[in-house]
Design a protein around this ligand. Structure first.
Ligand code: C5P
Length: 392
């Protein structure tokens, strides 16, 4: 049994949320409804309270349990938040992080998966702002149940009718079960660049932003896993509910990864580990001179290869950032590193890979199968990858 928060915004289709709440309850879930101000012009909290046996919130400062902040309690307890019907205004607010009523505040405070079923006039649905918001939300991992075509309440024809309840119910329950796909699993992810000191102020590193590793961490958490993220230096915000283990050098990354790998079921190597470190870094700042200087570089340990050999029973996945889409070379690397699968991304393209928000992956598994993600946000690529790995 899961806790579902049903957010209802001000569309004529708000009346259909009553049946939807009952459908969720019949499927065995607890439903708590939150109405926007506009929705409460169409439907009343008392109706949802009677249907669900739970308090129904509208005002941001309501506290059904005295002294407890309801927006935080509801946000934390939610296993899934469904917004149906979702108006253009509510969608645009959610996409832009606005929290000016109880529903949008709960959404901001929650890390639960979110499903949105839009309902509005077709021109409002097709408006570039609404479409941009839906794309942004989808890239963030929000599930969108598209509206259907037909005659909407204002008499116009087009796409904007709330999808039928059975469809919203099916998509919600599927999404809810997906969000538990990796429950009980611990996933260790190495991410970001490493920095190898030359002296006290200089280092050797690379252009990895860490975005793919952080997106993978977020996706794994969204699917219910416990996540340990061993990351080299980045400017990224750690996603909620993730255990971050910050490191600087490849050697530190190996030590921390080995320590945490013991508890992990899967290990995903997304770090762009520097191939070499300086054999003898100076413990003071090197002075400038007009002479050539020589720095001896020594190869760094292969972290993912070492872990794959030390933990042969765990699922270990490597990434191959290659200057071409050469699957043969990637497959050879998979065998050399003894990993369970390798994911190839072509870093010669400027629209995907290093620093970009999108990626396009080819997954090659040890049994020789290949899978293509298509170009998607790094979060969507991560969800795609984790779902395949869960099945193979
Ligand atoms: O050999 P190459 O660097 O192309 O391999 C890439 C894969 O190996 C990535 O998964 C990366 O995180 C991992 N790797 C590692 N330690 C290294 C080099 C690469 O874990 N020293």
């Amino acid at each position: 049994m899961s806790n579902i928060v049903l957010g209802v915004s001000g569309s004529v289709a708000a009346y259909r949320a009553c049946d939807l709440a009952r459908d969720f309850m019949r499927a065995g879930h607890t439903v708590r409804v939150c109405l926007t101000d506009a929705a409460s012009n169409f439907v009343q909290p008392a109706l949802f309270e009677a249907l669900t046996g739970q308090p129904c919130l509208t005002d941001t400062f309501e506290e059904p349990v005295a002294g407890r902040m309801a927006h935080i309690d509801w946000a934390r307890a939610a296993d899934l938040i469904v917004v149906a019907p979702a108006t253009a205004n509510t969608i645009n607010k959610i996409a832009n992080g606005v929290g000016d009523d109880m529903l949008t505040t709960i959404l901001l405070a929650s890390t639960a998966p979110i499903l949105i079923a839009p309902a509005m006039n077709p021109s409002m649905y097709n408006h570039p702002e609404t479409q941009a918001s839906l794309k942004k939300l989808s890239n963030r991992g929000v599930q969108i149940v598209e509206p259907t075509e037909g005659e909407v309440a204002c008499g116009e024809n087009g796409q904007g009718k709330l999808a039928n309840n059975a469809h919203i119910l099916r998509e919600s329950l599927e999404f809810l079960s997906q969000s538990k796909l990796l429950e009980g699993k611990t996933i260790l992810i190495t991410s970001g660049p490493t920095q190898e000191p030359i002296d006290t102020v200089r280092y050797i590193s690379n252009r990895s932003s860490g975005k793919m590793g952080f997106a993978m961490a977020r996706a794994a958490r969204l699917l219910g896993a416990q996540v340990i993220l061993v990351s080299g230096p980045t400017d990224l915000l750690t996603p909620p509910d993730i255990q971050l283990v910050p490191v600087v050098t490849a050697t530190q990354m190996l030590i921390e990864a080995q320590k945490h790998a013991v508890k992990a079921d899967w290990i995903i190597g997304l770090a762009a580990v520097a191939d070499y470190s300086v054999a003898q870094p100076s413990n003071t700042k090197l002075r400038r001179s007009s002479e050539d200087i020589q720095i001896t570089l020594t190869p760094n340990p292969d972290i993912i290869g070492t872990l794959a050999k030390e933990f042969p029973d765990k699922k270990v996945i490597a990434f191959a950032a290659e200057p071409s889409a050469d699957t043969e070379y990637a497959a050879e690397k998979m065998r050399r590193k003894s990993v369970s699968a390798i994911t190839l991304n072509d870093i010669s393209r400027s629209d995907i890979g290093f620093g970009s928000d999108e990626n396009e992956l080819t997954l090659i598994t040890a049994d020789g199968k290949t899978y293509e993600s298509g170009k998607q946000s790094k979060l969507a690529c991560s969800l795609w990858l984790l779902k395949i790995l869960a099945e193979t």
